[in-house]
Design a protein around this ligand. Structure first.
Ligand code: PRP
Length: 209
């Protein structure tokens, strides 16, 4: 049985469709209910819906053999997993954003609000800048507006959230997309099944181009 952690939400539905196409269908997953685990014994697959930011934890600890996680989470938490394929979906970018008239003031410690403190720290470390990290769990865009921070480090997808809050991108840090990840031990023992899925997904991608 192959255990697959899927990120709950719109991205997860796209990801499931890719698994289905690769031959790992599980029709019960489309039932409209609040169940979180779905299994198709015939094909040998069990899916579970988890919070997108938790997928890597399930995979790292072996509760899931494989899963799909955003590159943002992989960069932030550096889990011990194999990153096998860039699925080229869930594309966005990690960026520094601030108020429209924002300019760096090198005489003061920069206050940075973010969910991604490691990404933010290493970005500013590479610029040799001293920062004060303010760790928030969501609605990061509010921080500069209320002068809780000078800038934010956050994910920008369409840019709508920034625009509607009168903020703009100051610097792009790194492009983000969804990655196929595998538990290191599972990859040893279930290599054939895992490679079959990865290869099939890579093929689908190439055909779609
Ligand atoms: C993410 C991110 C931004 C927004 C960017 O938030 O933190 O707020 O999406 O998308 P956009 O560029 O298309 O507007 P999410 O919806 O995950 O909520 P949260 O960070 O407030 O929890």
């Amino acid at each position: 049985m192959l255990n697959v952690a899927l990120p709950k939400g719109r991205l997860g539905e796209k990801v499931y469709a890719m698994f289905e196409k690769a031959g790992f269908e599980c029709p019960s997953i489309k039932e409209n209910n609040r169940k979180l685990i779905f299994e198709n014994e015939e094909v040998g697959v069990r899916y579970f819906w988890v919070k997108p930011s938790d997928v890597a934890i399930y995979v790292e600890r072996g509760a899931a053999d494989i899963g799909v996680a955003g590159k943002d989470i992989l960069l932030e938490y550096t889990p011990e997993v194999y990153e096998l394929l860039d699925l080229n979906i869930g594309k966005c970018r990690m960026a520094v954003a601030g108020k429209k008239d924002f300019r760096y003031d090198m005489t003061r410690t920069l206050r940075v609000a973010t969910k991604f403190k490691n990404i933010a720290s290493s970005h500013y470390l590479s610029k040799g800048m001293d920062i004060d990290i303010i760790h928030l769990n969501g609605s990061i865009e509010i921080a500069p507006i209320l002068d809780l921070s000078d800038v934010i480090v956050d994910i920008v997808e369409t840019g709508t959230t920034l625009k509607e809050n009168n903020l703009e991108v100051i610097e792009e840090i790194v492009p983000i997309s969804a990655r196929f990840i595998a538990n290191k031990t599972s990859y040893k023992f279930k290599a054939e099944a895992i490679n079959r899925i990865v290869n099939q997904m890579a093929l689908e991608q190439a055909e779609a181009k």
